[in-house]
Design a protein around this ligand. Structure first.
Ligand SMILES: [Fe+2]
Ligand SMILES: [Fe+2]
Length: 204
């Protein structure tokens, strides 16, 4: 089967601000908190895919592609939960997700259905991209070899997801519009990352 990932999809991704290298060390020393936050990130990824399917049941390719992602994200939640339990740690409460909440502010609230749909897909693409970048940092920088491998698996999976969300956007909306809006999102996210304090107890 021909891959739906277009060549240029890979080239237009590109976060504008790399994660501060100090974050990896902070995350490693607050492992329980970062695992808890990570577990909820996976859970939110699954529920957001479900709500996209509920909202746009007529977008057949999207429904077809996101259905297995729900399972995959839930599998990620379970893998993180298993890691928490194996270590005798606790799944803490969900905290306020400042990063995601501030991204949601940038979504167009008015405008056409297409505009809103595009922003919903691009928000997901961005969260996947940043998560992928963070997992890459952990997979390269953590002291513990087991944890480096643990995060490498997530990194690979989320890389596929951000590509999928961009590809879906380009399937439904013209590519020039998608690219232009994606650049706006990347600029916004850069400013957002710049404005946030570095916290080791959060994935973002
Ligand atoms: Fe995931
Ligand atoms: Fe994902």
């Amino acid at each position: 089967m021909k891959s739906i990932y277009s060549e240029h999809t890979r080239n237009i991704l590109g976060l504008k601000l790399p994660t501060d290298p100090r974050w990896v060390n902070l995350a490693e020393i607050s492992l329980e908190a970062v695992l808890t936050d990570h577990a909820y990130c996976e859970q939110k990824a699954a529920t957001t895919c479900i709500s996209l399917i509920q909202r746009y049941p007529d977008r057949e390719l999207m429904v077809q592609k996101l259905s297995p992602i729900v399972t995959e994200e839930w599998g990620h939640f379970r893998a993180v939960l298993a890691e928490i339990q194996k270590r005798g740690l606790k799944l803490g409460k969900q905290r306020k997700d400042i990063y995601v909440n501030k991204l949601l502010v940038f979504q167009k609230k008015g405008g056409s259905v297409e505009d809103r749909f595009l922003d919903q897909l691009l928000t997901m693409a961005l969260i996947e991209a940043r998560s992928c970048e963070r997992f890459k940092r952990l997979s390269e920088g953590m002291e513990d070899a087991y944890m480096r491998k643990f995060y490498r698996n997530f990194m690979e999976s989320e890389a596929g997801h951000y590509t999928l969300f961009i590809t879906l956007a380009e399937h439904y909306i013209d590519k020039v519009t998608v690219r232009k809006r994606w650049q706006e999102w990347l600029d916004y996210e850069k400013e957002l990352m710049n404005s946030m304090e570095i916290r080791g107890d959060r994935v973002h």
